[in-house]
Design a protein around this ligand. Structure first.
Ligand code: SF4
Length: 319
């Protein structure tokens, strides 16, 4: 029987603030899972700490509330233990790009086949709206006593330099478009990063829903526009030569640094010419696909542990 949207919802009371962009991201995830007909028992949603950390409670899949900044190591471990699992990580910009920035960078280097959805609102919402790593220098949302004196991180460029092979940006109030980005991210072979612009009406009164929706009176172009409606080409092909790559990387940097009057949404970068971490593991463990950890017995019929670590200890022996 076909899965319905309601199959991915839970009866748990949602205590996000009214008007929070988190709702749109949650709906986009549920719509994406429904469209893809992902069986709930084949999806594991890992969340960090923060308002977005509650996402897995509202999603009828496996869900794990992890530690502050540590969502990507958990997601990496789960995917490597069970490569057939659909692994989705979610978390806020403070969680992922502040305390979790080291993990963010090193996850990109590995190119594990998972999808990371960043709830980006420029503030630490759960702890009263302190400036997060994506709040622009000089901005003063109502939660700050003085303007922000720290330069912001560009999540798209950081993801690119770290090695993520699918990089996109969505907007929480454009639910259908975000759903399509999430589907593309899940279908992508390798680490997918989706930066989602998300109003926090409680603490950030600058980057609001009406600010994101404003239309330029001269050009009639809304502040947020879609890359796919331009001639932008995000896909890296095997046949691309040095000139093609230089052109594509230059346009990526140009679009990733657009902010203010114009903010591009859509896929910035997609590169499936790079091997995934799972593929690289096979060079060390040839039977990884058939004998990955989740397929191995961990106890005998009598309930006794049978894990044999001899080989691992042998590897560490110094002769
Ligand atoms: Fe959403 Fe901000 Fe409220 Fe957190 S504090 S639930 S991010 S509106």
């Amino acid at each position: 029987m076909a899965l319905k949207l309601t199959d991915f919802k839970t009866p748990i009371h949602n205590d996000w603030c009214p008007g929070c962009g988190d709702f749109g991201i949650l709906s986009s995830l549920q719509m994406a899972f429904t469209d893809m007909q992902l069986e709930p028992h084949n999806v594991a949603l890992f969340s960090g700490i923060g308002c977005s950390g509650k996402t897995h409670q509202y999603m009828n899949t496996y869900g794990i509330h992890t530690l502050h900044g540590r969502v990507l190591p958990f997601a990496t471990g789960a995917k490597l233990a069970n490569p057939d699992l659909n692994v989705i990580a979610v978390g806020g910009d403070g969680d992922g790009l502040g305390i979790g920035s080291g993990h963010f960078v090193n996850a990109g280097r590995r190119n594990v086949d998972f999808t990371y959805v960043l709830f980006n609102n420029g503030v630490y919402g759960l702890t009263k709206g302190q400036a997060s790593p994506t709040l622009k220098l000089g901005l003063q949302p109502k939660s700050l006593p003085k303007p922000n004196i720290v330069e912001s991180i560009n999540p798209i460029l950081l993801a690119f330099s770290a090695g993520y092979t699918f990089i996109a940006r969505g907007y929480s109030f454009d639910v259908k478009h975000l759903k399509e980005l999430i589907i593309k991210g899940i279908q992508h072979r390798g680490s997918a990063f989706i930066d989602v612009l998300q109003p926090c009406p409680t603490y950030n009164n600058l980057n609001t829903q009406s600010w994101f929706s404003e239309v330029d009176q001269n050009t009639k172009i809304p502040r947020t526009y879609k890359l796919e409606e331009t001639d932008y080409d995000p896909v890296i092909n095997e046949s691309d030569d040095e000139n093609d790559l230089e052109l594509k990387i230059n346009q990526l940097v140009k679009k990733a640094t657009e902010w203010g009057d114009k903010i591009p949404l859509g896929v910035y970068y997609q590169n499936e010419t790079v091997s995934t971490f799972e593929e690289r593991i096979i060079s060390n463990i040839p039977n990884y696909r058939s004998q990955n950890p989740v397929k191995q017995l961990i106890k005998s019929s009598k309930g006794h542990g049978i894990t044999d670590l001899t080989k691992h200890f042998d590897e560490l022996t110094v002769s």
